[in-house]
Design a protein around this ligand. Structure first.
Ligand SMILES: [Fe+2]
Ligand SMILES: [Fe+2]
Length: 275
């Protein structure tokens, strides 16, 4: 049984002002990737919950069942909060809706592929999330991020760290095939990244009149190179470890700054389910 706390929160969506999708000031490309990540969450997280609930019908281990229930409650809060933020994004960029429709259909199609595939898919998503959280903190991204999405991600990714073992435990409890986990992880992760890049590309295209003011190609290439180096330093090695047969999210070193957020969000929650 793992300590997983479900926190019900309210975020200030700054509805009194125009949405600023450049959530990391001066870093428009990375900002739009992070907006893209938010846009997919109301599709992937309900999909993960749905198959976690299906898994709960065949798992009898009480500790694991407890973790799965807390996991599902946390994920349900995540996608609901991101939906509220995404509605603001959609007001400004209605063209993103076509991408959302497509991704919704993708998850419906994935859902037809049986529980083993879907639980491995969930594990693949979670095993990308873990190193990504470390990258966000170590690279300084979360420190520099502004507005409601920064607040939402800080809370969301604290909880991702709390439940980081659940999808892994469920998959290995029921199936345990390393090769299959590896293969489906690649499908899950490439699908997620493709969507994030498509969103960012579309948003940048819609704002192409600002391209020169943002430094043109030299500016764009410098920013992309900066983030590529940071990803090389803080993300790729951690991600590589998740592909190895001996990977276990328990071995992950969670940044202290992430765990320190627990008290802050516990105090802010209007309802809390400790577990
Ligand atoms: Fe989540
Ligand atoms: Fe998660």
């Amino acid at each position: 049984m793992t300590a997983i706390t479900v926190r019900y929160l309210k975020f200030d969506l700054e509805e009194h002002q125009e949405l600023n999708a450049e959530v990391i000031p001066g870093e428009v490309e990375m900002s739009y990737l992070m907006v893209g990540l938010s846009m997919i969450l109301p599709y992937i997280e309900p999909y993960i919950i749905k198959h976690s609930i299906a898994g709960q019908k065949i798992i009898t281990d009480p500790g694991l069942l407890h973790d799965m229930r807390q996991f599902s409650h946390q994920e349900a809060q995540h996608y609901r909060q991101h939906s509220l933020f995404n509605a603001r994004v959609r007001e400004k960029y209605p063209e993103l809706e076509a991408l959302e429709k497509k991704v919704k259909a993708d998850y419906e199609r994935f859902s037809q592929r049986g529980l083993k595939f879907n639980l491995a898919f969930a594990e693949g998503f979670e095993s990308l999330t873990n190193p990504f959280v470390i990258f966000m903190w170590r690279s300084g991204m979360i420190r520099d991020m502004r507005g409601p999405l920064a607040d939402m991600y800080a809370w969301h990714f604290l909880e991702e760290m709390e439940h980081r073992t659940v999808a892994y435990d469920v998959y290995y409890h029921l199936y345990g095939s390393y090769g299959y986990r590896f293969w489906v992880s690649l499908i899950a992760q490439s699908h997620l990244l493709r969507f994030m890049f498509s969103c960012a590309r579309l948003m940048l295209h819609l704002e192409r009149e600002h391209f020169q003011a943002r430094g043109g190609w030299p500016g764009r290439m410098a920013r992309i190179w900066k983030w590529t180096k940071l990803a090389g330093k803080y993300l790729l090695l951690q991600l590589w470890k998740t592909y190895l047969p001996n990977y276990n999210p328990r071995h992950l070193i969670v940044p202290q700054e992430v765990t320190d957020l627990a008290e802050h969000y516990n105090n802010r929650a209007y309802k809390l389910i400790s577990g």
